[in-house]
Design a protein. Structure first.
Length: 312
């Protein structure tokens, strides 16, 4: 999966309706992200970023082969959109496309690129989840920092420079204010429990988010509606005994593990998606999602251990 699928702390879903907590009934969700293609090369690169305020339209085939608009949503401040349908409608043949630019996207407001087809990612207990490949918008012309095609030049025979003897470099001493941190095992399989993340000697591994970061900032409005706007990630990891607090504890732990290891079963974007999906579902969905996070955090699902070293 490319880097856009791992959208770090920036990824959460903006949804405006919550499903019943007491009963289980069918729901369908379509999610995706809109990016600014700053270099106008038709693909996601290092220079591109998610776009807020972009209108995305979902169109589906109707009678006579004509496509009709089923839903339109606006991307949130990290470029995500989510469309929720009651029941499990047939979305085969539907596509999503950037239809117009909204407030906050004036620097990159020209819709571009092909429409995105829907891919079924989840189908269980009368619930379905579709994702769409990143949609693109483009500025009027490429940014000045984009790489340009090299200008052809006449080859010149290389000239061998005379040998130069340099004096030995002085040995550098470590700066007194530098605090070394352990090497990040990002390429290694690593999974740590919430107890490990909360130990003082492991505090240096909180790199993308801090213990004081608000739950509402990381997981979005649905989580804010349930947990409030003042709860921190540290407080969320201390909760237990209630299905919702268990979900927050294990979901936060899974998010931290996803930042720490590229081979963790969930990437950061998937953690946020599953959290929002669970919070909009039934109690059974809450418990099932928390259990999935817990298995991943224990490392048993992909034969991993916690690779933390004590911070100094």
């Amino acid at each position: 999966m490319d880097w856009s699928g791992k959208l770090f702390l920036t990824g959460f879903l903006l949804v405006f309706a919550a499903a019943s907590i007491d009963g289980v009934y069918g729901d369908t969700m379509v999610t995706g992200t809109v990016f600014c293609d700053q270099c106008r090369d038709g693909q996601i690169s290092f220079y591109d970023y998610p776009l807020s305020g972009m209108n995305v339209t979902l169109a589906c085939p109707g009678s006579g082969g004509q496509y009709t608009t089923w839903r339109e949503e606006t991307t949130d401040w990290v470029g995500n959109y989510a469309m929720k349908f009651d029941g499990t409608p047939d979305l085969r043949g539907c596509y999503a496309q950037v239809s117009s630019s909204g407030q906050g996207s004036s620097d990159c407001g020209v819709p571009a690129g092909p429409a995105g087809s829907l891919r079924l990612m989840f189908n269980m207990f009368d619930m379905e989840m579709y994702t769409v490949d990143p949609l693109l918008a483009q500025p009027a012309k490429p940014m000045s920092f984009c790489q340009k095609s090299p200008t052809p030049t006449v080859p010149v025979a290389p000239v061998k420079p005379p040998p130069v003897r340099l004096p030995p470099a002085p040995q550098q001493q470590p700066l007194p204010w530098f605090i070394p941190t352990p090497a990040t095992p990002f390429s290694e399989a690593s999974a740590c429990s919430h107890q490990q993340w909360m130990l003082p000697e492991h505090r240096c591994y909180w790199k993308v988010v801090s213990p004081d970061t608000k739950v509402a900032i990381v997981f979005g409005p649905v989580a804010a509606n349930k947990y409030g706007t003042d709860m921190t990630l540290w407080q969320g990891m201390s909760g237990r005994g209630d299905p919702y607090r268990n979900l927050l504890r294990e979901g936060t732990t899974a998010l931290l593990n996803s930042y720490n290891s590229v081979v963790f079963p969930y990437n950061s974007f998937a953690v946020i998606q599953h959290m929002n999906w669970a919070l909009m579902g039934s109690t059974r969905q809450i418990i099932r999602t928390a259990s999935g996070f817990m298995r991943a955090n224990s490392g048993t699902s992909f034969n991993a251990t916690c690779r933390f070293n004590a911070c100094h």
